[in-house]
Design a protein around this ligand. Structure first.
Ligand SMILES: Cc1ncc(C[n+]2csc(CCOP(=O)(O)OP(=O)(O)O)c2C)c(N)n1
Ligand code: SF4
Ligand SMILES: [Mg+2]
Length: 314
């Protein structure tokens, strides 16, 4: 019987099942079991609610410690893995996605979540974002967009709006901001959604849908930096007199042009799934290549495979 404790991918990319206790007997994790450390964010930071909803997702979907991996770069939002009692990596600024890609391709059995900020994702990590999306590597990437560099105390980020006054733009930002949704769609992400930390049910719904997507799933989650950009998202928060507008029911999520058009709506824009298509993942393609290679050397010992390789090089 297959078990969450013992399913490990074989060299060919297949899952090897080793007999183990019935998974039905195993209880899901509680928030107490999954919460590692007291988050060090400023009181009122939007990132708290995203973390709380990640815990909720883990509880709701009955994920176990060894089945979840949380990866991040550097930034306030990127502290995420430190606060989760499971395997995780707090990696280099902007380099979370390449690290996560390695995990995804070698351990396709894991639920892989990557969290980070707008600077991490679209500035220093911009290229990695495009390439991970186009390769359709299976993982869920949640960008906690606060329109500012929080950790380093208020510099202009790639999503800061024109005119935003920061330590790097004392007279107001002059560079046109990027649109994360348009960028994700154009780069080839197969799941693109938008949510905001002020609507917990919606965040959870988007995370669940992203997790269930077989491919690279991207969520832009507005997450307010109360310290350096207070009130940035008030226009999207009904409790602050704003509007939370869901993606229209008739929107066809497989229509790339329609998704692109939704992304162009002026702030606060729409929230929900903009784009979702099924395409073969790099994981599946590589597993196929690995299997074909392993079939060729079936029955041979490791040293015999190595010998054959060296013989070929002669
Ligand atoms: C290679 C490198 N360059 C720059 C930094 C400094 N640095 C750390 S976090 C950060 C930006 C953080 O902004 P963002 O990714 O939006 O995350 P936030 O803190 O807003 O959540 C920068 C520039 C670094 N740690 N490493
Ligand atoms: S500086 Fe901003 S993003 Fe960082 S913890 Fe404080 S409120 Fe959150
Ligand atoms: Mg930021």
């Amino acid at each position: 019987m297959s078990s969450p404790l013992t399913d490990i991918p074989a060299r060919g990319g297949n899952i090897v099942a080793v007999p183990a206790p019935d998974e039905a007997e195993r209880k899901g994790l509680t928030k107490k079991e999954i919460a590692a450390d007291h988050p060090t964010w400023c009181p009122g930071c939007g990132d708290f609610s995203v973390l709380a909803l990640y815990f909720k997702l883990i509880e709701k979907r009955k994920l176990w410690h060894e089945k979840i991996t949380t990866v991040a770069g550097i930034g306030c939002s990127s502290r995420f893995p430190d606060f989760v009692q499971a395997n995780g990596v707090h990696y280099i600024h902007g380099r979370a996605l390449p690290f996560a890609s390695g995990i995804s391709l070698s351990r396709p059995d894991l639920h892989l979540f990557v969290f980070g900020g707008d600077g991490d994702a679209f500035s220093i990590g911009g290229n990695h974002f495009n390439h991970t999306a186009r390769k359709n590597i299976k993982m869920s990437y949640v960008v906690m967009d606060n329109w500012v560099y929080g950790l380093t105390k208020k510099q202009t980020s790639p999503t800061s709006p024109l005119g935003f006054k920061s330590k790097t733009d004392q007279w107001g930002a002059v560079d046109y901001p990027i649109n994360p949704m348009k960028q994700a769609i154009a780069a080839g992400a197969t799941f693109v959604a938008r949510t905001t930390h002020t609507n917990p049910n919606h965040v959870l719904q988007m995370m669940e849908a992203a997790m269930d997507h077989d491919g690279f799933s991207f969520i832009e989650c507005l997450s307010e930096c109360v310290e350096f950009y207070e009130g940035a998202f008030d226009a999207s928060n009904p409790r602050k007199g704003g509007v939370f507008k869901e993606v229209p029911k008739e929107h066809d999520v497989t229509d790339e042009m329609a998704a692109y058009k939704l992304s162009g709506e002026a702030f606060p824009g729409y929230f929900g799934i903009f784009y979702k298509v099924n395409k073969p993942t790099k994981n599946a393609k590589e597993a196929g290549i690995n299997k074909a290679a392993m079939d060729k050397v079936q029955g041979l010992k490791d040293w015999q495979i190595l010998q054959k390789t060296f013989d070929r090089l002669k």
